[in-house]
Design a protein around this ligand. Sequence first.
Ligand code: BES
Ligand code: MN
Ligand code: ZN
Length: 522
Amino acid sequence: MRSAYTTPEVALSARRPDELDADLLVVPIFEAAASGDTSSGDTSSGDASGNAAWLDEACGGALSRARASGEFRGKLYDAFTTPVIASSWKTGRALLIGAGKSGDWTAERLRRLATTAGLHARQRHIQRLAFVPGTSRIATETAAQVIAEGVCHANFDGGSYKTNDDKWGWLQHVEISLPDGLKAQTAVERGRVIGELTNQARAFSNEPGNALTPRAFAEHAQAIGTAAGLGVEVLDETKIAALNMGLLLGVARGSSEPPRLVVLRYEPANAIPGVVLAFVGKGITFDTGGISIKPAQDMDRMKDDMSGGAAAICAITAIARLNVPVRCLTLVPMTENMPGGRALKPGDVLRSAEGKTVEVLNTDAEGRLVLGDALWYARQLGATHLVDLATLTGACVVALGKTTSGLFGTPPAWVEQVRRASERAGDRSWPMPTFDDYKELFKSEIADFSNTGGRPAGSITAALFLKEFAGDLPWAHLDIAGTAWAEDAKPYQPKGATGVGVRTLVELALDAGTWSKLNLRG
Ligand code: BES
Ligand code: MN
Ligand code: ZN
């Protein structure tokens, strides 16, 4: 695969800053309350100003000078490197990284700062970091986990097929100094696994469509799943046909690449009884739109139309690696959406595996078709709770933009569990309505319903289409069309795939002890 990542070692310690032995010390610093003021600030929170005095002294006053001149104000993601001149200190340089206003401090900010610092270091071929996050409103375990996640995210290369590419270095070792840090070892391990599998999801999405065909995607999923001890089944076109999955087969007709349906199973011995958490991810390895073809402009981005599938595969892998005591299932229908000679035509009617008929009015609304059959199959395989993830609609990008995924589903108590998991994960999502009234928009003259409701409420009608296949199970749907891909680089995110969804699903599984007790069946 083109993209590459390595997972750094991450160690916890309770050592003082002067005892930390690394190539670079990383210290988050808040914006000063007033300009030029190095001593004021909220010493009980975040750290920054509270830390500034000892740090300023070790750096010979460089911090207060930079603050006075305006060179470094602690603005979010700003970076300022200074030598440490105190001879008793083991690390010779410090990276002060802007943490923004102390009142706005969150775990997600700390995660992003860790990535920002990691990228800064890698660009300079610095391999050993020591983090001094300081005393903070963020619980020790959370801080340890998000720093570990953040530095793993930094150790990712979008990569290229250039034959003479200039490579950055890799982080090798990160020490996190927290006063009561030693108790957070499992949190660090959790952060490393989640970070690593988020990187794997990003690698999948970045991969060109000619490299990641449905067959190649299925083989990679099989390899990753097997290595993590998952049960793996790859259904080929014959088995898919035997299950009468007319929606998945319909989309695949236009392509000369055969479809696949990947099923991954995680069945721990100590699982919570009666719970099977199923993840269903859209796995369109390239979406041309089919006969309802897309415009040429930006069509190349449609290689990431399998990002939901990648998240579902990588999340169950992380959950298995972490021995989370919840039975999980992942289903990913994989196909291209192409305008070949045998392709679906607008007006065609398909029959789903469940028996419902669909009039295809727009072949570009293919995601809901393949997911329909997969959601049904998840129920056949014993799912008790459903979450699907899909780069489903441009309408969702219009509604919520590039930073928040659309969240749909039923009942509201289940949707809320998913929303909270996504918030903890730093994968923001926000609930959208699924009132029955919208169903009118995709009714069909000749079939049970059509596959498009037109432009109004486009992400909602897509979600309601999926609901038709969720039976009466608690079901949540994340539309990640806007969040799966970053068009512009950010300090904490290079251009390209984001790996959205992996952390949400892992957090959801980790919290199963809470939601498994809720009565979610209507
Ligand atoms: N994969 C696209 C959705 C998409 C659009 C993802 C832009 C990321 C960025 C999906 O298959 C699609 O084409 N949806 C159509 C549905 C319409 C025809 C009802 C859309 O959103 O235009
Ligand atoms: Mn499409
Ligand atoms: Zn699509």
